[in-house]
Design a protein around this ligand. Structure first.
Ligand code: ADP
Ligand code: MG
Length: 600
């Protein structure tokens, strides 16, 4: 059986939980408020009737004050009820938005960490926050207004026909014309033009972003806006489309629409002139004038009602965009978590026939890779860029799950280990180290928040960070990124190493820890690495082959496959890829030393 697709709105309301009822109460009150707001018009009719009945002896119209107060009471009551309605919808909307944020965050907690490589967390947060905020506006204001507008519309139709349907129809006629004019702008061939206009706007805004991104280049090379041909062309195309859309589509209908919305009484006067002789003949001229007075006043609310209907229809579109944003977060894949977790038996890491293909990639990043790292061993992954080293490293802490094969930690498939237990067992330092905008102390403690200040200091010392701390104004309490305290790539790397040292995990994964280091930093980083890796299981990825010479085993990855495996001694004389890489590396080092000598 096919399940009926839920509407965007009911999906959003689903997040309201127990506050859903409050939303409906608010909407009901909003309708009541609108109905109350229509009642003063009846008072006007009553007042007009009394006045015309006693004219010109006005003193006889004794009930006037009563009608006045009644009208005031209805209007005031309407405002009070509307206020209560908004209270209800706001309470529910705030709760719903907060539920959406919570649901989104708890969903993101279950997504594989690798997901955030391709989906910046800031962007996800923006989408979730933006979607939640839009929902807030929608549920707190728009929805109440939509329901109120519907109530107003029904009330308007009733009042139009209740006193004199012919004059009511005359008022309605102008409303019909203005709505019809509005629809011609959106329908038929004009819909195509509208789409073209919006497409041109999209192209322009994209080209604009591109242009802003390129400003540094523009400035450096002294270019002008004309060099950004695409942007200029997009602006020209947009202005042409806007002009066409204006002239061909909007001008006439919009004028008609405005004329008949604002002048809703336009048919009322001729209608009254036609009806007057009949009323005179029947002898009920007073009643006729009363009705005319009523409709003359009442026609003013027709334009208000129409304007509100237009805004309300915009509000329903908001539900779609809000839900779309929220869904980009909710549709993120999640990592399955095992129901009966097992504990790793030791600190070995084993890849068993592992293949992995990134979403949307044509070729696998890892292709039937197998290797074993015994407890306490240091194994180096080397090979040309794009060979799959980083991918292999990120499968160990389950940044991604394998496409096929198994990754075992301590003899247990990582999928069968409790994710927290797995994370506790592994410390990693990745290429793109990220420090938080907080103090050095807190940055180091991120790996083990319960660590003492003393322990953090020891870790920093072991990671050779003493020089960094000494030069910072508030030592380890200095907030990184504030007051111009920025750390170089190599310094950041050392702080990241201190973080890993503090974690004191038995398995260490290092991805090109020396990649960004200048020579001075490199020596320090090597020392820090030594401290970090002592007596632990280490999987290291390194550019500089000098750092892998001492590894227990070297695995050469090329195009996602294990090309060679063995110690430095055997591989450097095997005539294979590693030997070529080693010779290349030495030539580069010699060249560096030689050029250094010439300078001296
Ligand atoms: P290495 O670390 O050896 O340089 P990687 O493991 O980073 O290699 O990359 C292996 C292959 O996977 C490359 O072809 C790369 O383009 C691709 N790749 C890496 N990261 C991603 C990603 N997040 N999404 C899609 N493809 C990726
Ligand atoms: Mg890499």
């Amino acid at each position: 059986m096919k399940e009926k697709k839920k509407s965007d709105l009911s999906v959003l309301l689903g997040f309201a939980g127990s506050y859903k009822g409050l939303t409906f109460l608010g909407l009901g009150l909003s309708a009541v408020a609108m109905a109350l707001g229509m009642l003063p018009y009846i008072c006007i009719w009553l007042a007009a009737r009394d006045l015309i009945a006693v004219a010109p002896d006005w003193t006889q119209a004794t009930a006037l004050a009563k009608y006045g107060w009644l009208a005031f009471a209805f209007a005031f009551g309407g405002i009070v009820v509307y206020f209560c309605a908004l209270m209800c919808t706001h309470l529910a909307a705030f709760r719903t938005a907060s539920n959406i944020r919570k649901a989104g965050l708890s969903h993101l907690m279950k997504t594989p960490l690798g997901f955030f490589d391709n989906n910046a967390s800031g962007l996800l947060r923006n989408r979730l926050d933006g979607g939640a905020a839009e929902t807030e506006t929608l549920l707190a204001h728009n929805l109440a207004d939509i329901v109120g507008t519907a109530a107003m519309f029904i009330g308007m139709l009733v009042l139009m026909f209740v006193f004199d349907w012919r004059m009511g129809a005359a008022c309605l006629l102008s409303a019909v014309i203005s709505v019809a004019a509005m629809f011609t702008m959106m329908g038929g061939k004009n819909a195509g033009l509208m789409a073209e206009y919006q497409a041109a706007q999209d192209v322009m805004s994209k080209a604009g972003t591109e242009y802003v991104r390129g400003i540094p280049v523009v400035k450096v090379f002294q270019q002008t806006v004309y060099s950004f041909k695409a942007f200029k062309a997009a602006i020209d195309a947009y202005s042409e489309k806007a002009q066409t859309y204006n002239d061909d589509v909007c001008r006439v209908p919009q004028s008609v629409n405005l004329t008949f919305t604002e002048g809703a009484f336009i048919f009322l006067v001729p209608a009254a002139l036609i009806l007057a002789p009949g009323a005179l003949a029947k002898g009920d001229f007073a009643g006729f004038v009363t009705n005319f007075a009523f409709y003359a006043v009442f026609s003013a609310i027709v334009s208000t009602a129409l304007a509100r209907i237009m805004f309300a229809s915009a509000g329903t579109m908001l539900a779609k965009t809000a839900l779309g944003r929220i869904n980009t977060v909710m549709d993120a894949p999640t990592l399955p978590v095992t129901d009966n977790p097992q504990s790793p038996r030791d600190n070995s890491v084993v890849f068993k026939d592992v293949s992995f293909t990134y979403d949307g990639a044509a070729l696998p990043a890892l292709d039937h890779v197998s290797f074993t790292v015994k407890p306490g061993q240091t194994v180096a992954l080397v090979g040309p860029s794009g060979g799959g080293k980083t991918t292999a490293a990120s499968l160990i802490p389950r940044f991604w799950d394998v496409s096929s094969g198994e990754v075992l930690v301590g003899g247990v498939n990582v999928k069968e280990i409790d994710p927290h237990a797995l994370m506790e067992r592994i410390a990693f330092v990745f290429q793109n180290t990220q420090l938080f905008k907080t103090s050095i102390l807190e940055n180091v403690r991120a790996s083990r928040p319960e660590a003492t200040r003393e322990e953090a200091l020891q870790a920093l010392h072991a990671a050779q960070c003493d020089d960094i701390i000494d030069k910072l104004p508030q030592g380890i309490d200095t907030v990184i990124g504030s007051q111009g305290t920025y750390l170089s790539g190599g310094e950041q790397q050392r702080v990241a190493l201190a973080r890993a040292i503090l974690k004191n995990a038995p398995i260490i994964v290092l991805d090109e820890a020396t990649a960004f280091a200048d020579p001075e930093n490199e020596a320090l980083i090597q020392k820090a690495l030594k401290k970090l890796t002592e007596g632990r299981t280490v999987i290291m990825i390194a550019h500089r082959l000098s750092t892998v010479v001492g590894a227990d085993k070297i695995i050469v990855l090329e195009n996602g496959r294990v090309e060679e495996e063995g110690s430095h001694e055997t591989l450097s004389a095997s005539g294979g890829l590693y030997e070529r890489m080693w010779k290349e590396y030495n030539r580069a080092v010699e060249w560096k030393i030689a050029s250094g000598k010439e300078e001296a």
